[in-house]
Design a protein around this ligand. Structure first.
Ligand SMILES: Nc1ncnc2c1ncn2[C@@H]1O[C@H](COP(=O)(O)OP(=O)(O)OP(=O)(O)O)[C@@H](O)[C@H]1O
Length: 265
């Protein structure tokens, strides 16, 4: 069994539709995965299972040696840091940046019920510092720019010192400068040997941070290709994933893809 994540024939059926269709996937310690796929491919559904927010309809989903359905998910959750639009929507807008991060230690999004240790506050502050947010710790979450919000969410996901970090579309809604800043920070995270295994979901090759090692390509709930990034991110696999004739351009660890006939318009 893979040490971080081991999915065997993971299938999710909702309303008669197969959102995920027999997905096999293994993640080992130290790996940094990109999950690529078009709208509706099932990426978020897959992350919901990896983040213990959803059970598969069939197949087995194991994270960190524990199998969904046979483990108390509340014990597993602190070991899996998750940043997603759905979770961000649950954060009260009036919450301060520091509280948004520190409350992750207790699996809540509001601060009113818990007593917090100084140690947790120090860790939250250190994470916010690492993610360039130390001057904004007392700001209300709702008042932040989209880029700042994304960095707070990542700091929050790291608060429990997880063994698996899942970032579902962390660059969505960012402007070019914000995206490049995030890509650089994620590349530094990828290079950090002490960092957890990472899974990053995106639609865009430009958002793949240098240093990411593997890619899972999804289409209509099924795996098109999966494996080491350099061998797996090919024009043939992109064509099969996005149903488009794409030219793949690699440059210094960064990637982009354009339609092969884009010069003709
Ligand atoms: N409860 C549900 N019942 C039926 N269909 C659903 C349900 N939840 C999600 N879907 C469908 O499942 C498919 C996969 O959704 P999912 O959000 O996982 O895709 P995605 O790859 O993350 O898409 P996007 O890139 O647009 O965020 C979509 O077609 C969606 O409409």
């Amino acid at each position: 069994m893979s040490d971080v994540l081991d999915f065997a024939a993971v299938t999710v059926v909702r309303g008669g539709k197969r959102l995920l269709d027999a997905v096999d996937w293994e993640i080992r310690e130290g790996e940094r995965w990109v999950v690529l796929g078009p709208n509706g491919a099932g990426k978020t559904t897959l992350m919901q299972i990896a983040g213990t927010r959803m059970h598969p309809s069939s197949g087995t989903a194991s994270m960190l040696g524990e199998t969904m359905g046979r483990v108390d998910v509340f014990e597993l959750r602190p070991l899996i840091g998750l940043s997603s639009a759905a979770l961000a929507n649950q954060i009260p807008g009036h919450e301060t940046v520091l509280n948004v991060v520190v409350t992750a230690a207790y699996g809540t999004t509001g601060r009113w019920r818990e007593e917090y240790e100084k140690m947790d506050e120090r860790r939250a502050f250190a994470l916010l510092h690492d993610w360039g947010m130390s001057t904004l710790i007392n700001r209300e979450f709702a008042s932040l720019s989209e880029g700042e919000r994304k960095r707070v969410q990542i700091a929050r996901a790291l608060m429990t010192d997880p063994e698996l970090l899942i970032l579902d579309e962390p660059a969505a809604g960012l402007d070019l400068g914000g995206r490049e800043d995030l890509v650089k920070r994620l590349s530094l995270l990828a290079a950090d040997e002490a960092a957890p295994a990472v899974v990053l979901v995106t639609h865009h090759l430009e958002e793949i941070p240098p240093g990411f090692t593997h890619v899972l390509m999804l289409r209509e709930g099924a795996v098109v290709a999966s494996g080491p990034l350099r061998e797996t991110l090919t024009e043939a696999n992109l064509a099969a994933t996005f149903d488009a004739d794409l030219k793949l351009i690699a440059n210094g660890g960064r990637y982009t893809a354009v339609a092969r006939d884009s010069h003709a318009v």
